[in-house]
Design a protein around this ligand. Sequence first.
Ligand SMILES: *[C@@H]1O[C@H](CO)[C@@H](O)[C@H](O)[C@H]1NC(C)=O
Ligand SMILES: *[C@@H]1O[C@H](CO)[C@@H](O)[C@H](O)[C@H]1NC(C)=O
Ligand SMILES: *[C@@H]1O[C@H](CO)[C@@H](O)[C@H](O)[C@H]1NC(C)=O
Ligand SMILES: *[C@@H]1O[C@H](CO)[C@@H](O)[C@H](O)[C@H]1NC(C)=O
Length: 255
Amino acid sequence: MQTRTFLLALLALAMASPNPIPQETSIPEEPPTVEFPPITETVVPTTVPTETAIWRHPDLIPTPKAPFPIYNFSSTVTPENLDLRRNGQLLVSDLTGPFLYQLDPTQGPGQTVKVVHEFKGYSSTTGLVELEEDVFALGVGNFTLADGPTRGTWKIWRIDLRSKHTVRVEPLVSAPDAMILGEITAINASAGLLAATDYVQGTLWLLDLLNNRTTPIITSPELATTTVGSGGDIGFNGLKYRNGRLYFQVTTTGL
Ligand SMILES: *[C@@H]1O[C@H](CO)[C@@H](O)[C@H](O)[C@H]1NC(C)=O
Ligand SMILES: *[C@@H]1O[C@H](CO)[C@@H](O)[C@H](O)[C@H]1NC(C)=O
Ligand SMILES: *[C@@H]1O[C@H](CO)[C@@H](O)[C@H](O)[C@H]1NC(C)=O
Ligand SMILES: *[C@@H]1O[C@H](CO)[C@@H](O)[C@H](O)[C@H]1NC(C)=O
């Protein structure tokens, strides 16, 4: 949800588009490769201490361009979270639908959005984080704009995109006491440890993927929202882990 402003922009664009979402189950067989110009070989003169040398290739420094829309989602989709695959394709979760989508950032709004997977029996997909190359963890559960999230429906699913021919999905860990698993971050992906925001209860959950165990790290009213459902707001969000610290913001209070 750290991308919420951007997503709201996408959503605003979505409102303008009458196009229904084509539902394709395949992901591109041959993702387009982005080609960079070759880096010209340069011999470092031995008389120059290497620490003073500045290495850069002018063609690799892109000129900033004005932002442009990649895709206009229809108004039934609420783009929630994004992650880039290493092949440059963009994965997008949907707060108000059971889908994980894939977009091609090099294509404009005329492209056909791909459905990577539909989580049948659920109504929402949320936080998205890469566990290893082309393997992602995704929050899936029930949520409606009118009533907010449903306790006990939330799980982390594993999405394996390593095969060009099949998308493999499996539930990894259940969070029976969570109201929602919102933003997700990896504390140690190889140890199967993730953290997730439950902004309804103000709880930061530790998710142990290898042992299917969900434990609260901290619960605080300062992290919680005050209103849920229609017109409700969001408590803590935008969770990131780096070097032993967790960072987040609190939408309600602006902290
Ligand atoms: C997407 O929305 C933008 C902004 O409203 C509009 O300029 C553009 O024409 C739309 N594109 C499509 C394909 O609907
Ligand atoms: C979750 O949502 C789905 C789809 O809307 C619905 O079929 C299912 O009964 C819901 N489950 C719970 C536990 O609310
Ligand atoms: C994880 O544990 C829950 C009970 O909390 C159980 O319902 C679920 O089936 C388990 N999931 C897996 C993948 O073992
Ligand atoms: C992450 O977990 C792995 C496997 O348990 C462990 O070997 C590694 O040291 C951990 N990394 C950090 C930064 O703690």
